[in-house]
Design a protein around this ligand. Structure first.
Ligand SMILES: [Zn+2]
Length: 269
């Protein structure tokens, strides 16, 4: 997307929000799971190898509030637009990726790390009924992606996010207990979220809804783990993102990536 077009979009949407009373109502911010059972798809592209070195965006003086931008279900063409925007703003994010063994996918994984972002495992197939059928099925899918990521980037991510979140309705409680124990054994930390952008609630979600949900959701939070999606159908996430970043920066948020030592957010068990 061209900078001027994006700038015009940011200004336009901000102006709309500023003159519309009641768009930022009372504090919100409860965990809001919402993820469809979608599958990632392959695609084309190019990029160089990588090392993991998350960077940070310094916040203005005052109490430190941290925003963790997280993007699930990529990589896709949408991912590339999101990487461009994050680069323009100089803020890092965490990508909970799925499996894409094509050059496009491998290059996208490498670009994420090269540009200072973090990668987490979000399952190879995102096929909820299949991966939550048994622990063996889950680990086969999980390890397949760990292997691909190691092959593409040289690293196996030490973090992950369960497709559908750790409280998804596809995994029986006993199975989830077993999976959590398995993650601990492997030294892998999982993350849920406490702000849901709603970008996957409907196809082509209105960008103003995404903006409002995030800005309402972060109110009162010192640590906001914000759920977005960067699968093929999430073009309006790209439209909403610059407005959200402007607002969060103005509000004093610093941006960091999630890692094995982050507190982050896990849904209550
Ligand atoms: Zn997902």
């Amino acid at each position: 997307m061209k900078d001027k077009v994006r700038l015009a979009m940011v200004v336009g949407i901000l102006a709309t929000l500023l003159v519309a009373p009641g768009l930022f109502p009372a504090p919100a911010g409860a965990p809001a799971p919402a993820e469809p059972a979608s599958l990632p798809e392959p695609g084309p592209a190019e990029a160089p190898p990588a090392a993991c070195c998350p960077h940070e965006h310094e916040a203005p003086a005052g109490p430190v509030k941290t925003a963790y931008l997280t993007f699930d279900d990529g990589p896709s063409e949408v991912t590339l637009d999101i990487l461009d925007i994050l680069g323009d703003f100089g803020v890092p994010a965490t990508f909970f990726v799925c499996g894409n063994h094509w050059d496009f996918g491998r290059n996208a994984y490498r670009r994420m790390l090269d540009e200072g972002h973090a990668i987490g495992n979000h399952s190879y197939t995102h096929n909820l009924t299949r991966i939550y059928a048994s622990a063996a099925a889950f680990w086969a899918d999980f390890d397949r992606l760990q292997h691909l990521l190691e092959e593409a980037t040289g690293d196996r991510p030490p973090i992950m996010r369960f497709p559908g979140g750790s409280n998804n309705r596809f995994a029986r409680r006993e199975l989830m207990d077993e999976l959590l124990a398995g993650l601990e054994e492997r030294g892998i930390r999982y993350f849920d979220w406490n702000v849901c952008s709603g970008d996957s609630a409907v196809l082509g979600q209105d960008p103003e809804v995404i903006i409002r949900r995030v800005l309402d959701g972060v109110r009162g939070l010192d640590e906001a783990v914000i759920l977005f999606h960067d699968s093929y159908s999430r073009a309006t996430t790209v439209t909403a993102l610059p407005v959200i970043l402007e607002a969060l920066l103005a509000d004093g948020f610093a941006f960091r990536t999630l890692g094995p030592d982050s507190t982050g957010v896990q849904f209550p068990r």
